[in-house]
Design a binder for this molecule. Structure first.
Ligand code: S3P
Length: 178
C-alpha cells in the first residue's frame, strides 16, 4: 500500500541506511531497515542467517517481509532495503507497490573503498571483493533501474547534497503529501 512511503535501494555501501536515518529526521517520518527487521525476526545476524540457513532462505524472508509491508497500512515510512532485494522481479513489484523507489547508484570502485574492511556482508567475503562487486553491480543494474523512480549518483556527493536531491526529486518532501 503506497502511503507516500519512500524506499531506498542500491548496492551495499551506497548509504541506504545512513541516508534513511538522516531523511527520517528531516522529513519527520519513521525509518525501517528491512535487513534489521529480518535479523530481529530471525534472532540472528545476516551473516549467521546466510551461514546457518543459506542465501535462498534469506531471500525468502526478504520477499515475505516486503509482502507483509506492502499489504499492511502502518502509516508513512522510509524503508531502506537490502542491496539484493530488487533482483527478484516479485520483490520489484512489491517495492513499486510500497512507494516511491530511490536508487542510490554507486560505482564498483566506490563501493569497494567503503566495504574493503567490512566483515558483515557475506557475499563479499571472498578473495577478490572488487571483482565480485563489479560482477554483482553489473548483473543487478537493470533490476535497480527498472524499479527506480529516482536515481541519485552518490559517489562524489556529500550527504547533504544526496538528501537535497532526494527531497527535490520526490517533490518537496513526501512528508507534505497527504
Ligand atoms: C545483500 C546486501 C545486504 C544484505 C545481505 C545481501 C546483497 O544489505 O541484505 O548481505 O545481496 O547485496 P546492504 O545492502 O544493506 O548491505
Amino acid at each position: 500500500m503506497d502511503d507516500g512511503n519512500l524506499i531506498l535501494t542500491g548496492f551495499m555501501g551506497s548509504g541506504k541506511s545512513s541516508v534513511g536515518v538522516k531523511l527520517s529526521y528531516r522529513l519527520k517520518i519513521p525509518v525501517e531497515d528491512t535487513d534489521k527487521l529480518i535479523e530481529r525476526g530471525e534472532g540472528m545476524s545476516i551473516s549467521d542467517i546466510f551461514e546457518k540457513k543459506g542465501e535462498a532462505y534469506f531471500r525468502q524472508k526478504e520477499t515475505e517481509l516486503l509482502r507483509g509491508l506492502a499489504e499492511k497500512r502502518q502509516g508513512r515510512r522510509i524503508y531502506s532495503v537490502g542491496g539484493g532485494t530488487p533482483v527478484d522481479p516479485v520483490n520489484r513489484a512489491l517495492l513499486k507497490r510500497l512507494g516511491t523507489v530511490v536508487w542510490l547508484r554507486i560505482r564498483p570502485e566506490t563501493a569497494y573503498q567503503r566495504l574493503r574492511d567490512d566483515t558483515t556482508r557475506p557475499l563479499l567475503q571472498c578473495a577478490d571483493p572488487l571483482k565480485r562487486i563489479g560482477e554483482l553491480i553489473g548483473a543487478r543494474r537493470e533490476a535497480y533501474e527498472s524499479c527506480a523512480d529516482l536515481i541519485v549518483d552518490v559517489d562524489d556527493l556529500e550527504m547533504e547534497e544526496i538528501l537535497r536531491r532526494i527531497e527535490r526529486g520526490i517533490g518537496h518532501g513526501i512528508g507534505n503529501k497527504k
